[in-house]
Design a binder for this molecule. Structure first.
Ligand code: NAI
Length: 338
């Protein structure tokens, strides 16, 4: 591993390593895809998180530079870098939380499903490493298409005999973050005061904001509902088009990923009442996976909340979401079973 503490000739300043090993309070977190557009700001923000004691940065390229850079931040977490498949196992061993933003992003004109062929294999390989080296870790999957990559990870874990559905979560937090922002704009509120549940999945019509359930309670005209639902569903595409070929959301995604990872860590620590939306193994609908509000605790997902009362517009949206989502889930499952 490329360790920022490593000296010429390979010796290391052991006192700092002892601090990492010596049970300093906090959790061990690995980021897979740490040198990418999301990975870099995500790594920086996780280095700033006081709940993190050890931060492992893994990628197939460029982690030595990112690790060196981030390791100079005077925050508590000890940072170590790992590059290439041969170092994956070292990167994963002993981790409490693994965050996966590895894989290619969209370019204009692409759907998230267009990424399947490349990203499915990447998530499969990384999940095999997790099953082997840290089967009890909480796993946050960011790589798209999330609607298929989460089922892929589940199948890999099942094959390995390590699957615990409570510990595998697809990150849909960016949809919630966008929904809060766009709704706050329409209502003239501070986004920090707004909480919009977003259920379903993480692609196009599978992204289903439940505007009838927002906090603070508020009603919308039909026009506002349509505008907001469409903008939330297309938020990712808005960024892809603005970036014009240079990728998709990275900075807002890193923010959302850290917000979500922090909630997972607070759950692991035993905090009460940690509730976020996530794409998880679920019985809320007839589909095997679905995003909805979940309570996070010491074992990951401790409770999954039902969707609650939907209005007519949302019921129609739910049907459309389920139709597309079912196909994406099947595609992920058969990729591993084939
Ligand atoms: P990027 O191309 O900038 O970075 C991806 C990184 O993954 C690169 O550093 C690359 O070297 C690395 N990588 C490739 N193969 C790997 C492997 N086998 N093991 C470890 N690392 C590997 O892409 P960006 O913009 O960071 O996006 C990453 C993923 O996140 C994409 O699939 C994108 O669609 C997804 N995404 C998900 C969102 C969500 O809400 N869940 C939002 C935005 C993006």
């Amino acid at each position: 591993p490329t360790n920022h503490l490593q000296m010429e000739g390979g010796s290391s300043l052991l006192r700092a390593d002892c601090r990492a090993k010596g049970g300093s309070p906090g959790f061990k977190v690995a980021i897979l895809g740490a040198a990418g557009g999301i990975g870099q700001p995500l790594s920086m923000l996780m280095k700033m998180n006081p709940l993190v004691s050890v931060l492992h940065l893994y990628d197939v390229v460029n982690t030595p530079g990112v690790t060196s850079d981030i390791s100079h931040m005077d925050t508590g977490a000890v940072v170590r870098g790992f590059v290439g498949q041969t170092q994956l196992e070292d990167a994963l061993t002993g981790m409490d939380l693994v965050i996966i933003p590895a894989g290619v992003p969209r370019k204009p004109g692409m759907t998230r499903d267009d990424l399947f062929n490349i990203n499915a294999g990447i998530v499969k390989t990384l999940s095999e490493g997790i099953a082997k080296c840290c089967p009890k870790a909480i796993v946050n999957v960011i790589s798209n298409p999330v609607n298929s990559t989460v089922p892929i990870a589940a199948e890999v874990f099942k094959k390995a005999g390590t699957y615990d559905p409570r510990r595998l979560l697809g990150v849909t937090m960016l949809d919630v973050v966008r929904a809060n922002t766009f709704v706050a704009e329409v209502l003239g509120l501070d986004p920090r005061e707004v909480d919009v549940p977003v259920v379903g999945g993480h692609a196009g019509v599978t992204i289903l904001p439940l505007l009838s359930q927002i906090k603070p309670a508020c009603s919308f005209t039909q026009e506002e509902t349509k505008y907001l639902t469409t903008r939330i569903q297309n938020g990712g595409t808005e960024v892809v088009e603005a970036k014009a070929g240079a990728g998709s959301a990275t900075l807002s995604m890193a923010y959302a990923a850290v917000k979500f990872a922090d909630a997972c860590l607070r759950g692991l620590r035993g905090d009460a009442g940690v509730i976020e939306c996530a794409f998880v193994s679920s019985q809320v609908t007839e589909l095997p996976f679905f995003a909805s509000r979940v309570r996070l605790g010491r074992n990951g997902v401790e409770e999954i909340y039902p969707l609650g009362p939907l209005n007519e517009y949302e019921r129609a949206g739910l049907e459309a979401a389920k139709k597309e989502l079912g196909g994406s889930i099947d595609k992920g499952v058969s990729f591993v079973r084939k």
